[in-house]
Design a binder for this molecule. Structure first.
Ligand SMILES: Cc1ncc(COP(=O)(O)O)c(C=O)c1O
Length: 390
């Protein structure tokens, strides 16, 4: 065993062993406590060990852990109905992860293209995008590091710069095979890149003009993180397809592909499926999560706290020449430095704080939506001096 472990070495060295979590805090195996400003990379929006989710999982597990999708699963029906009610979408397919949700979206785009007589249906995807690590989703991803070594990539994608409507319009003029656009409303792994406020509406208009599906990857932005359940709800439009995962089950693996109108009818019997997708326990967790998000209006909390955190970081970092930008939406926050800063993750860990660095030089904060005011203050008070000292 080259690295002393029986695990394939896909995650590099892992220095922390988390054994327990509560709210915005986790504890390691030595009993040290850490403020979790990542929430499992935008997963535990309600914080760790939320009582309602824990109860729903335990109750469902005691009744029935698994049921094949050959039979009705009431929690799955109920979760789909609730998601459609919240989002304005019509139908849902459940998988177990973000990549699976995007695979379903890609299959819908191809069916849409074929239905329109396009032989090689092609999806417009963006530079710096991240859509997952299955073969189709890594082919859609705009990061060579994610793709390298896995060639041949899946065909049927054409790439445009992010936040560039002209580029997509040019593709429309040159390529008769386009069936859909797949885009993150705010790029997460790509560096918390927030596009122009008119970008999504512009893409919606282009898709309408050309008969393409607008497919929004809301796996990171969704589940309330940016101040509304889906980010697109702040832009007064509806996509044809939206994908969701991460925060939907507050830690239970679940992914969802939502579709609207004709796009919602394309996956018929035998066209797609999953053994575990939409299983009773994951759906029970999803229902409990949605009820808390809605009941406590955590969207408003995410918006208000995110605005405050960005403003406090701006004040705390004033005059610090290495900080290029502080941006984001709700509790999806990026602090861009003028140099690679991966070491800051360890510096923060040493001071009891979990953060992430993405796109080499962007500190990414994705704290739980239940973060308290005092915890938010502690986050700024701990991280700002580390950035200054770096
Ligand atoms: C925007 C986006 N899409 C897709 C994925 C892939 O999700 P998963 O890791 O659950 O397959 C991620 C994960 O980071 C993501 O941020």
């Amino acid at each position: 065993m080259a690295n002393g472990s029986a695990l394939m070495n896909t995650y590099g060295e892992r220095r922390l062993t988390v054994t327990r979590g509560e709210g915005a805090w986790v504890w390691d195996s030595a009993g040290n406590r850490y403020l979790d400003a990542l929430a499992g990379i935008a997963v535990c929006g309600l914080g760790h060990a939320h009582a309602a989710v824990t109860h729903a999982i335990a109750e469902q597990a005691a009744a029935l852990v698994h049921c094949s999708n050959l039979y009705n699963i009431p929690a799955q029906q109920e979760l789909a109905t609730m998601l459609c009610g919240i989002s304005g979408m019509d139908k849902v397919f459940f998988g177990n992860s973000g990549a699976e949700a995007n695979e379903a979206a890609i299959k819908i785009a191809r069916l849409h293209g074929h239905a329109r007589g396009i032989e090689v249906p092609t999806i417009v995807v963006m530079e710096h995008a991240f859509h997952g690590r299955t073969l189709a989703t890594l082919s859609a991803t705009g990061n060579r590091k994610v793709q390298a070594g896995f060639e041949p990539l899946v065909r049927g994608f054409v790439r445009a710069p992010f936040d560039d409507l002209e580029a997509v319009a040019t593709i429309a003029g040159n390529n008769p095979n386009i069936a859909a656009v797949l885009v993150e409303p705010i790029q997460g792994e790509g560096g918390v890149r927030v596009p122009d406020p008119q970008y999504l509406a512009g893409l919606r208009a282009l898709c309408d003009r050309h008969g393409w599906l607008l497919m929004l990857d809301e796996i990171q932005t969704g589940s309330g993180r940016t101040g509304s359940f889906f980010h697109y709800q702040q832009h007064g439009l509806l996509p044809d397809v939206a994908t969701l995962a991460k925060g939907l089950g507050n830690g239970m693996p679940i992914g969802a592909c939502l579709a609207r109108g004709a796009a919602a009818e394309l996956l018929g019997p035998g066209k797609h499926g999953s053994t575990f997708g939409g299983n009773p326990v994951a759906c029970a967790a999803g229902l409990a999560t949605l009820r808390v998000l809605e009941g406590e209006n955590l969207y408003a909390r995410a918006h208000q706290l995110g605005t405050r955190l960005r403003s406090e970081f701006r004040s705390a970092m004033a005059g610090c020449a290495s900080v290029r930008d502080i941006r984001g939406s709700g509790l999806m926050i990026g602090i861009e430095l003028d140099r690679p800063c991966a070491e800051l993750v360890q510096h923060a860990l040493d001071r009891g704080l979990l953060i992430n660095v993405t796109a080499d030089s962007v500190i990414r904060l994705l704290p739980p939506l239940i973060l308290g005011d005092a915890e938010a203050e502690l986050l700024v008070a701990t991280l700002a001096p580390l950035i200054r000292a770096f």
